[in-house]
Design a protein around this ligand. Structure first.
Ligand SMILES: *[C@@H]1O[C@H](CO)[C@@H](O)[C@H](O)[C@H]1NC(C)=O
Ligand SMILES: *[C@@H]1O[C@H](CO)[C@@H](O)[C@H](O)[C@H]1NC(C)=O
Ligand SMILES: *[C@@H]1O[C@H](CO)[C@@H](O)[C@H](O)[C@H]1NC(C)=O
Ligand SMILES: *[C@@H]1O[C@H](CO)[C@@H](O)[C@H](O)[C@H]1NC(C)=O
Ligand SMILES: *[C@@H]1O[C@H](CO)[C@@H](O)[C@H](O)[C@H]1NC(C)=O
Length: 432
């Protein structure tokens, strides 16, 4: 009687465990474990890579950063650079404490690669969720014999948050060459501060010597975060977007990799992320600042996570007539004085204005430059009169005389604060 009873209880417990295990696997669609090892005392021998770009051993690919993705059942997403013609089966090896496990990796090469041999990609690791993994690496096989020689990436975003350190972060993908457009950069940064931006991130391959001083000043202030991006030490990056014309291994110094990395890096750090180039300002025209504008969108377009902002060109070749912002103290500062360029090119028939974006990073799965590739929630093309980009640069319609351009003095609305703030920052950087 007693023995039957024990057996009965044992069987019931066993069945509950089996059902639970089955359920768990089917519900979460986890990958089957290929391997699991207890490193024990070997723990200290698994290395964490602090490098911005890490080669995936025995392959032509690279891994950049790893993030836990709470929207996809806590899969680990490794932002990567994949050589598109050399894709082979890969494994994820992830660890918590002393335990390391291996699963098959799923590679998603982003659809926007513009024909270059290497493309921005996600490597997805669907982990067995026993505990929170803290580090991961990608390997050409599931063997862990060589684990002490593997370069692991720390897993970021392990904690899902609902309050954020910043309201607005600007991501500027790559700085390269001897870029030294100091005046436009300092005016852009100070303009963004007035609009409510609290944090700017730049991916730095190289820059000019004056701009370097300014960057260091902004880093010191805590406004700017510079992510070093020595892509040229690993690949021959293209300085353009078109493979046929510009050649090279990877689109535009890895811009697409940077934009995606920046979105994931700020997923739980920033309410909104602005994705624009170094010479562009996403400018609200009917609100005093970005805070007020986004508040009005939140009220009217509550389901939207991606806001597309039209780009508009202000030719650097056309100067405003009075010369009142041609300030003597800025005479020796290299770069464009955006306050002198108030003429805006008109829309062209049959040419769609490209857009840049303000995104809720938690709504973005994959992004390109002008739109997202995969997102959660709705997309809203913001009307031109509410917000558009002030982009001072070489003209696209250079043949047009001033009379055919629009006068757009929006930046002047901020002159009272903008000019002394620019002055101050230039002084503090040792440039004035
Ligand atoms: C991984 O690469 C190494 C070195 O080329 C090779 O010895 C090993 O067989 C590869 N493993 C798999 C599973 O392809
Ligand atoms: C973000 O904006 C909200 C209002 O929308 C404000 O209460 C909060 O202080 C802002 N946060 C930061 C870090 O400025
Ligand atoms: C935005 O503008 C409003 C109204 O002028 C002001 O009260 C608020 O402080 C501004 N916010 C930021 C972040 O500048
Ligand atoms: C940008 O990168 C270059 C090249 O590595 C380096 O010399 C420079 O100090 C970096 N600038 C900043 C502000 O990190
Ligand atoms: C800017 O700085 C210069 C000196 O560096 C000073 O003469 C000028 O008055 C300043 N302008 C403003 C608006 O602060």
């Amino acid at each position: 009687m007693n023995r039957t009873h024990t057996l009965y209880v044992f069987l019931v417990i066993l069945m509950v465990i089996i059902i639970w295990l089955l359920n768990r696997n089917s519900k979460y669609g986890e990958e089957t474990l290929l391997q699991s090892v207890d490193l024990g005392s070997e723990k200290s021998r698994s290395k964490i890579s602090q490098n911005p770009i890490t080669p995936i051993k025995h392959t032509k690919h690279f891994m950049v950063s790893a993030f836990m993705d709470h929207r996809f059942n806590e899969a680990i997403r490794v932002i990567s650079i994949i050589r598109r013609d050399s894709l082979q089966p890969l494994s994820c090896i992830y660890c918590y404490d002393d335990i390391c496990q291996a699963v098959n990796a799923e590679v998603e090469i982003h659809s926007d690669h513009f024909g270059f041999p290497f493309g921005a990609s996600d490597i997805l690791c669907k982990v067995a969720k026993t505990q929170t993994a803290t580090r991961v690496t990608i390997s050409n096989g599931s063997s862990m014999l060589d684990i002490q020689n593997m370069d692991f990436l720390p897993i970021r975003n392990t904690v899902e948050k609902e309050t954020f350190k910043f309201n607005f972060t600007v991501c500027i993908s790559n700085l390269f060459g001897e870029y030294n457009n100091v005046l436009q950069f300092v005016q852009t940064m100070e303009m963004y501060k007035l609009l409510g931006v609290e944090h700017v991130v730049i991916y730095n391959t190289s820059c000019g010597s004056d701009l370097e001083k300014l960057l260091q000043q902004y880093v010191k202030e805590g406004f700017l975060e510079v992510v070093q991006w020595p892509i040229n030490q690993f690949l021959n990056p293209s300085s353009g977007w078109n493979y046929q014309v510009h050649k090279g291994d990877l689109h535009y110094y890895g811009q697409l990799v940077n934009l995606n990395e920046c979105v994931y890096r700020h997923m739980y750090q920033s309410r909104y992320v602005l994705l624009n180039d170094i010479d562009e300002i996403i400018m609200p025209y009917t609100h005093n600042n970005l805070t007020l504008m986004m508040k009005s969108f939140e009220e009217k377009q509550g389901s939207v996570g991606v806001f597309l902002i039209e780009n508009h060109i202000f030719p650097k070749t056309k100067f405003e007539d009075s010369g009142k912002f041609r300030r003597p103290e800025w005479k020796n500062i290299p770069g464009i004085n955006i306050m002198e360029h108030i003429y805006r090119e008109p829309d062209r028939k049959n040419v769609f204005n490209p857009t840049k974006m303000i995104v809720n990073p938690r709504s973005v799965v994959q992004t390109s430059v002008h739109s997202t590739l995969k997102n959660i929630g709705d997309v809203y093309r913001v009307p031109f009169d509410i917000c558009h980009i002030v982009h001072v640069r070489v003209p696209l319609q250079g043949h047009l005389p001033k009379e055919k351009l629009y006068v757009d003095k929006r930046v002047w609305d901020f002159e009272q604060e903008l000019i002394p703030n620019v002055n101050n920052t230039l002084c503090n950087s040792g440039l004035l």
